[in-house]
Design a protein around this ligand. Structure first.
Ligand SMILES: Nc1ncnc2c1ncn2[C@@H]1O[C@H](COP(=O)(O)OP(=O)(O)OP(=O)(O)O)[C@@H](O)[C@H]1O
Ligand SMILES: [Mg+2]
Length: 233
């Protein structure tokens, strides 16, 4: 009897707005997921920030100290064929995308299981969220036409100053736009800001990864916000 080969879960970080912590989130997520399986991080941004971080921490003599593989691919024509192959070799594929509208973003969303739109909880940034989510919706319409299940959209609030009420304000703003964010949020931390050459701490992104994978209802000890609907749209 033929068996279907295992397929990696593909998690894409996307927001055409620059500086929304996509690369940072991709790196931290890959680091956390490496506890759960084989992980590949694909950097599709010509800026190569995720790869640059990798090069800043990896010891070429002992590359296994970084617990996942990193691949660069900014060419949207090659991306899809590569994904097909990688899907059978890894348990998770984490994709960092550029902070601009680009064909590679559409391509990445087209093959994603989850698309995480990261956003700083500031009004000017939240205002752009509907555009980022509209792209996912458009791609999902195409996927429906070829009977492919839709990518799951998620909104992740990042760089939160947990001493203030910016989180509550951001959630109110999202509700006005009929959107909601994940319960887990990422705190603003200097050690994340200054992350080059640094191995990430797992705990900042652990509640997010748990929630994404459907683990804990209420993440313990993390930066979980009060209950909010988990679906983004
Ligand atoms: N939780 C955080 N705390 C502090 N600084 C952060 C945090 N997350 C990200 N940053 C910083 O914010 C800046 C932008 O982050 P990052 O490069 O990950 O964004 P990006 O969305 O990938 O940007 P681009 O669109 O240019 O690719 C970086 O200087 C990064 O170190
Ligand atoms: Mg980036």
């Amino acid at each position: 009897m033929a068996t279907t080969p295992p397929q990696a879960r593909i998690i894409v970080f996307a927001n055409p707005k620059g500086g929304a912590a996509k690369s940072t989130s991709a790196i931290h997520t890959a680091w956390n997921l490496a506890e759960r399986g084989r992980v590949l991080l694909i950097d599709t941004d010509q800026q190569q920030d995720a790869y640059g971080w990798y090069a800043s921490v990896v010891d070429p003599e002992q590359p296994d100290q970084v617990p996942f593989h990193v691949h660069r691919q900014a060419d949207d024509k090659v991306y899809q064929a590569e994904i097909k192959k990688f899907r059978q070799e890894y348990d998770f594929i984490v994709v960092d995308t550029p902070g601009k509208a680009d064909r590679i973003v559409t391509r990445a969303v087209f093959t994603a299981d989850d698309v995480v739109v990261t956003t700083v909880p500031a009004g000017t940034e939240l205002k752009n969220l509907p555009d980022a989510l509209a792209l996912i919706e458009q791609v999902n319409e195409l996927r429906e036409q070829i009977e492919q299940p839709p990518a799951r959209p998620h909104v992740l609030l990042v760089r939160m100053d947990v001493r203030t009420n910016v989180g509550t304000k951001a959630r109110e703003r999202l509700a006005e736009m009929r959107l909601s964010a994940m319960r887990a949020t990422i705190p603003h931390r200097v050690e994340i800001l200054d992350g080059y050459g640094r191995v990430p701490r797992r705990d900042y992104y652990a509640p997010f990864v748990e929630e994404l994978l459907g683990g804990a209802d209420v993440p313990q000890g993390g930066q979980a916000a009060p209950a909010a609907p988990a679906a983004a749209v």
